[in-house]
Write a protein that binds this ligand. Structure first.
Ligand code: TYD
Length: 137
C-alpha cells in the first residue's frame, strides 16, 4: 500500500468561542473526510506509558488531544515524523497503512479518536515486520 506519512495532516477544526468557554463540532463528511462510525478515547494514562504500536489496513482516523498533550509518531515504513497534539481544536488525520505510536502523555491527557469503521481486530497489524510486508517494503 502506497500511503505515506505526508497524507497524514493536522486539520484545523472549528471553534465557537464565547466568554463561558469554547465548543468544537465535528460532523462526519462535513469537516472531516469520512463518516464517523466509532468514537473512543484514552484517558488515565500513567506517566511514561505508550499506546498504539500498530497500523491499520483500511481504517481512517482523526486523533484529537481533547485535553492535555501527547506526541504521535507516524511511520509509513520509509519515513517517520512526530506530531505533537496539544489543542482540542486540531485533529490529526491518519490514513490506512501508517504505523503509529502515542507517547509523552501529559497528566490528565485525553486522546479522542474518531474512526471510519467499527472495531475489527482483523484490520490491525501489530507486528512491525508484518506491517513492512503489507507495505511491500
Ligand atoms: P488497542 O487498540 O490495543 O489500544 P491502543 O492502540 O490504544 O494501545 O486496544 C486496547 C484493547 O481494547 C484491545 O484489547 C482491543 C480493545 N478495543 C476494542 O475492543 N474496541 C475498540 O474500538 C478499541 C479501539 C479497542
Amino acid at each position: 500500500m502506497a500511503s505515506s506519512i505526508y497524507d497524514c495532516v493536522v486539520l484545523p477544526l472549528n471553534k465557537i468561542h464565547n466568554r463561558a468557554g469554547n465548543i468544537t463540532i465535528i460532523e462526519g463528511q462535513e469537516n472531516v473526510p469520512f463518516d464517523i462510525k466509532r468514537i473512543y478515547y484514552l484517558y488515565d494514562i500513567p506517566g511514561g506509558e505508550a499506546r498504539g504500536g500498530h497500523a491499520h489496513k483500511a481504517l481512517y482516523q482523526i486523533i484529537v488531544a481533547a485535553s492535555g498533550a501527547f506526541d504521535v509518531l507516524l511511520d509509513d515504513g520509509v519515513n517517520k515524523k512526530v506530531v505533537t497534539l496539544n489543542r482540542p481544536d486540531y485533529g490529526l488525520f491518519i490514513v490506512p497503512g501508517i504505523w503509529r505510536e502515542l507517547y509523552e502523555f501529559s497528566s490528565g491527557a485525553i486522546c479522542l479518536v474518531l474512526a471510519s469503521e467499527k472495531y475489527d481486530a482483523v484490520d490491525y497489524m501489530r507486528d512491525y515486520p508484518e506491517f513492512l510486508n503489507f507495505k511491500k517494503i
